[in-house]
Design a protein around this ligand. Structure first.
Ligand SMILES: Cc1cc2nc3c(=O)[nH]c(=O)nc-3n(C[C@H](O)[C@H](O)[C@H](O)COP(=O)(O)OP(=O)(O)OC[C@H]3O[C@@H](n4cnc5c(N)ncnc54)[C@H](O)[C@@H]3O)c2cc1C
Length: 444
């Protein structure tokens, strides 16, 4: 009999297992994958994600093999802002969520999943977790009241625990077995295609938006750079008709400079891609079970936060389950605490922010004016970046008084920027699908 069984052993599962084992609990983590292995995911980890890795004790090992940076460049329709996530805002967030701001770092990383997930698994084992890889759960055991009391593996083994934690990703087996419905679903999302290139010098990450397209470049492991492009799902089928051609076409449309850099580099792997990043939420917990990570909440990766949020939720869930199983409080009180933090107004506002961004509408005139006025105001640039990556509340930065004040001044300061020349015509042009056969043939 275990205190906790965790299904899924990657960002959410290995992390929640580690935290629980460190509380002296007997924990089994199982995963049908074998490690090291990849999952379909890019792997940008913002400073709060890196801080969670630090708290778990794996950051030094990540840093030993992965470039670290603090400054990032965000370019919207050619308006470039360079900044970093302020340490003070990071500290505020950790104090608010965990009453503890130890292990904070302002660095970010882009660490391949076969590197990161293996480090997390080894770390969990070191913390005392019993880990079974290549183990597929095919049944949840429930008592006569429906309380989950254990698992049955495909190999027929049965294991029992006080709680079963579903850290088994967005197609969660646990959710399906319990018949948990998705809610607040947002079908509009982005498609994303990426690959790995050598010959691009290690540099700060760049994130570009132009019209309805986005691209990012980030140094990763093995001396390579990950280059990613994305756009609205309505254009996905056309993009997929010629992935390589459209990948380079997209880069050219977004940033000529970035396109030239990639054209001179050497592609080291095939293209990876996904057409489906539709967002949803699920219930967080019930009798004998808890969900963490993508199993509980999935959203488009246009802000690259799934791993960071999985690590955050792992720590929050472990705090709640640990207090309950450790006898500090009863189950309902403990789990209500987890739910309150995960379903706060701030969390809901951020979910909405990402889902709206994922529609990839061309940037409005007032949005561009906001970016124009931010130039030269380092404190506000940093606060914008912190807001964009869910370190500061969306409601504060985008508070009407702040935004309208900025925009009044922006009207003057934005006059000289090319983004505002022929704005209406450019906006209309941005709405045309550049990957449709007609558009592609016209540019050939
Ligand atoms: C295209 C794309 C790009 C992304 N880019 C980023 C990014 O740049 N930065 C970022 O932070 N996030 C990114 N994400 C999101 C990130 O990949 C996820 O949020 C993260 O992997 C969630 O971790 P998890 O542990 O919850 O689930 P997963 O990583 O999906 O792990 C779930 C595990 O559960 C196991 N499992 C499932 N069912 C069973 C079963 N029945 N028995 C045993 N084991 C089981 C699986 O084998 C798997 O190993 C991206 C996602 C996508 C799709």
């Amino acid at each position: 009999m275990y205190n906790a069984i965790v299904i899924g052993g990657r960002c959410a599962g290995a992390a929640v297992g580690t935290h629980l084992a460190r509380r002296g609990l007997r924990v089994l983590v199982v995963d049908r994958s074998r490690f090291p292995s990849d999952v379909l995911s890019t792997h940008f980890i913002w400073p709060h994600g890196a801080s969670y890795l630090n708290r778990l004790g794996v950051l030094e090992k990540v840093r030993a093999v992965t470039p670290a940076h603090t400054e990032v460049t965000v370019v919207n329709d050619g308006i470039a802002l360079r900044g970093s996530v302020p340490e003070e805002l990071l500290r505020n967030q950790f104090r608010l969520l965990h009453d503890d701001d130890s292990g904070i770092t302002a660095e970010y990383f882009s660490v391949r999943r076969h590197v990161l997930d293996k480090l997390l698994v080894d770390n969990a084992i070191e913390a005392g977790v019993e880990f079974r890889e290549g183990y597929t759960v095919k049944e949840l055991l429930q008592d006569e009241d429906g309380t989950v009391i254990g698992i049955k593996g495909r190999d027929g083994t049965v294991e029992r625990a006080q709680v079963v934690i579903g850290a088994d990703g967005r197609n969660s087996f646990v959710a399906r077995a319990l018949g948990l419905e998705k809610f607040d679903e947002r079908p509009r999302c982005t498609f994303a295609y990426w690959s790995y290139f050598s010959g691009i010098p290690d540099a700060d990450a760049q994130i570009h938006r132009r019209g309805r397209l986005g691209m990012a470049m980030a140094s990763t492991n093995h001396g390579q750079t990950m280059v990613l492009t994305w756009g609205p799902s309505e254009w996905a089928a056309d993009f997929r008709a010629d992935v390589e051609g459209n990948f380079h076409r997209a880069l050219g449309l977004i940033s000529g400079e970035a396109a030239d850099t990639v054209a001179r580099a050497r592609r080291e792997e095939r293209f990876y891609g996904t057409l489906d990043q539709a967002a949803f939420l699920r219930r967080l917990h019930g009798p004998g079970w808890v969900l963490v990570g993508d199993a509980e909440s999935f959203k488009d990766q246009c802000t690259a936060l799934g791993i960071t949020h999985a690590l955050r939720d792992a720590e929050l869930a472990a705090e709640a389950v640990g207090r309950w199983l450790g006898g500090e409080t009863d189950r309902d009180t403990a789990m209500a605490g987890y739910a309150a933090k995960r379903r706060s107004q701030t969390a809901a506002a951020y979910y909405d922010y990402v889902c709206t961004l994922a529609e990839m509408k061309p940037l409005r005139h007032d949005e561009l004016q906001l970016f124009a006025i931010l130039r030269g105001n380092q404190a506000e640039i940093d606060r914008f970046i912190a807001t964009h990556v869910d370190v500061a509340p969306v409601s504060e930065f985008f508070d009407p008084s702040n935004v309208f004040l900025l925009n009044d001044t922006a009207k003057e300061s934005s006059r000289d920027h090319g983004a505002f020349t022929d704005f209406e015509a450019t906006y209309r042009e941005h709405q045309r699908n550049p990957f449709s056969r007609v558009a592609a043939e016209a540019t050939r």
